[in-house]
Design a protein around this ligand. Structure first.
Ligand code: FES
Length: 89
């Protein structure tokens, strides 16, 4: 499944970046030597990063429900389509 059409990043490529330490959509882009363009993939990447850290690491001390502070790390408009690279951080 393609996650990022602009750069042709499929879910395997995104997961590879997450496995190699990427924590944000921006770091996934950096891992693959590119930058956010249209930003449509950012919410999906953010979800994948959250799932990855929930399932593969326990740095946040539990799942999303048990750790309400995790949601405060996301911008209030995280459902909106971000238009700028900074929104991918
Ligand atoms: S779909 Fe990823 S930047 Fe456009």
């Amino acid at each position: 499944m393609y996650v990022c059409i602009c750069h042709g990043l499929n879910d395997k490529k995104v997961k590879a970046a997450l496995t190699n330490g990427a924590k944000t959509p921006a770091s996934v882009f950096r891992h693959h030597g590119c930058q956010v363009q249209c930003g449509k993939c950012v919410p999906t990447m953010r979800e994948m990063a959250a799932d990855h850290s929930t399932h593969d690491h326990h740095a946040h001390g539990g799942d999303r429900v048990a750790c309400p502070n995790r949601h405060s790390h996301q911008p209030a408009n995280s459902d909106a389509v971000p238009a700028y690279g900074v929104a991918a951080e």
